[in-house]
Design a protein around this ligand. Structure first.
Ligand SMILES: Nc1nc2c(c(=O)[nH]1)N[C@@H](CN(C=O)c1ccc(C(=O)N[C@@H](CCC(=O)O)C(=O)O)cc1)CN2
Length: 284
């Protein structure tokens, strides 16, 4: 069994991005700028936003973290996004999710200029992915495809992929990306009967259900490659995935761990998208 260490792959990606940013600096040009909007004081969101800021520093990009009170109105939040859209120095905009319950995330995402939507969540970018046009691909799915490539899974013709979860952030886009690589894809979700038997036929299993250790050895096919997107905090304070790593590890060909799996890939793909946004803006 091979462990797919996302932190190591992320360092590889960040090294490449850092060299490109160094080159931009050497040419005396302005640097790429990522703006991250954090609303409220959710500790997990605060920690992810800090990781994003540190990652920017790590590769030499500029980061602006805009922290807004949890009681902010929809109009005030939309106004913040509009100002970032209009700011020519800002290449990428990300609004950290989830938002407090009184705010409508959909209309906030809709307000982001698609050319700055480095999260790839705006319907223009989602539509581009659906129709095979260039655009921003959401960071976690982009990271997952990089992880699969790292274990030799690139052209997926003849492979059966099962995606557990149908979110706009992970499940739907990763299913499209797998299909674009010629995999035969099934999406299962909380209302699917007998998920276990569908998962057990998968050559590639991507699990993003938010249910701690849901997937055990009877759910996986011998020799499958498993990507665990779940990040669940247990009562003892430790993190675990949606896959019971110890239970499946002897049955699978490769598996991503939690922590140090998909999470760090999400952050480095955000840098990759920000650099892409910068290049697009510079081209004009
Ligand atoms: N606007 C967005 N919001 C959210 C996204 C997103 O892609 N865009 N994804 C997640 C959270 N997330 C990034 O925002 C994220 C989650 C996890 C990690 C990570 O590196 N996790 C570490 C463990 C960290 C810990 O100890 O708690 C790991 O898995 O090793 C990075 C980013 C939801 N919101």
């Amino acid at each position: 069994m091979k462990t797919i260490w996302g932190n190591e792959l992320a360092n590889e990606v960040k090294d490449t991005i850092r060299s490109e940013v160094d080159q931009i600096k050497a040419e005396g040009k302005r640097l790429p700028v990522l703006a991250v909007v954090l609303v409220g004081d959710n500790p997990a969101s605060q920690s992810y936003v800090r990781s994003k800021a540190n990652a920017c520093i790590n590769v030499g990009m500029e980061n602006r973290t805009i922290t807004l009170d949890g009681n902010i109105s929809q109009e005030e939040l939309l106004d913040t996004v509009k100002k970032l859209n209009a700011d020519e120095k800002v290449d990428g905009i990300l609004v950290q999710l989830p938002l407090p319950k009184h705010l409508d995330a959909d209309s906030v995402i809709m307000a982001i200029d698609p050319s700055k939507d480095v999260d790839g969540l705006h319907p223009v970018n989602a539509g581009n992915l659906l129709t095979g046009r260039p655009g921003f691909v959401p960071c976690t799915p982009k990271g997952i495809m990089y992880m699969l490539k790292s274990v030799g899974l690139e052209n997926l013709a003849g492979k059966r992929a099962v995606v557990c979860g149908r979110s706009n952030l992970v499940g739907k886009p990763v299913a499209l990306l797998l299909q674009n690589q010629n995999a035969t894809v099934t999406i299962v979700h909380s209302k699917t009967p007998d998920i276990e038997s569908i998962c057990s036929q998968a050559d590639i299993l991507v699990v993003a259900m938010g249910r701690p250790k849901m997937v055990t050895s009877s759910w996986v096919k011998e020799g499958a490659v498993v990507i665990d997107v779940g990040i669940n905090r247990m009562e003892n304070g430790k993190l675990c995935g949606d896959v019971d790593f110890d239970d499946v590890k002897d049955k699978v060909a490769a598996i991503s761990p939690v922590p140090k799996g998909v999470g760090p890939m999400t952050v480095c793909m955000l840098l990759s998208n920000t650099l892409e946004a910068y290049r697009n803006h510079e081209r004009g």
